[in-house]
Ligand binder design. Structure first.
Ligand code: ZN
Length: 204
């Protein structure tokens, strides 16, 4: 619960960051973190296409450097891009100048006004500086598809339990989510479930 659906006091740590969209609207907002990579991202794109859904991909700059063609596939698909630093670094472990430099470096290869901090945390100094340049997008529901401790059905259960109006939902187009089979199991079923529940899929 604490992880899947962050409680209010956690959300208040970053005032002005976006955790959830309009709670009165029957819509969800899909996001995918940590790509783009050839092993996973094209599979996600194909599935989204099949459902005619647009999503936001918070990308690691270094992955774009390594896989510019996959980055282009995402852009050409009409999806939105967000900055997730160049090396997927943890804010608490970096001096602010270095953290911000890594973020700037990422934006040289993607150009976006959205930012999501890896691991969901930043120092306040980092946050308030970034907030001047980006919309900071967190999440209302993290599926934990990356977890080695969870199996696909549990990841799907997280979506079924915590998705609600305006949820920003986080999956990962990463090898962690892929190699444990969680993404392949949970994502197609989650899309079917959300559709059946009547949610519209909107783009941030
Ligand atoms: Zn990440």
């Amino acid at each position: 619960m604490f992880i899947e659906q962050p409680p209010e006091f956690v959300r208040k740590l970053y005032p002005g960051a976006i955790w959830r969209m309009d709670p009165n609207e029957k819509a969800v907002y899909l996001t995918f973190d940590d790509g783009p990579i050839p092993e996973v991202t094209p599979w996600v794109l194909e599935l989204l296409d099949k459902h005619n859904i647009k999503a936001t991909f918070f990308m690691v700059g270094d992955n774009i450097r390594k896989h510019p063609d996959i980055y282009q596939m995402v852009v050409d698909g009409g999806h939105r891009i967000g900055n997730h630093t160049f090396n997927h670094i943890r804010g608490f472990e970096y001096l602010s100048d270095n953290y911000l430099a890594n973020t700037d470096k990422a934006n040289e290869v993607m150009k976006t006004d959205l930012f999501r901090p890896p691991h969901g945390h930043m120092r306040w100094g980092q946050y308030f500086t970034l907030k001047r340049h980006y919309k900071i997008v967190m999440w209302d529901l993290v599926t934990r598809d990356y977890s080695k401790k969870l199996r696909g059905p549990q990841v799907l259960a997280n979506v079924m339990r915590y998705a609600r109006n305006g949820s920003i939902i986080t999956f990962h187009d990463s090898l962690k989510s892929w190699n444990n089979g969680n993404l392949q199991y949970a994502l197609p079923r989650a899309l079917d479930f959300l559709k059946e529940e009547g949610y519209e899929f909107k783009l941030l």
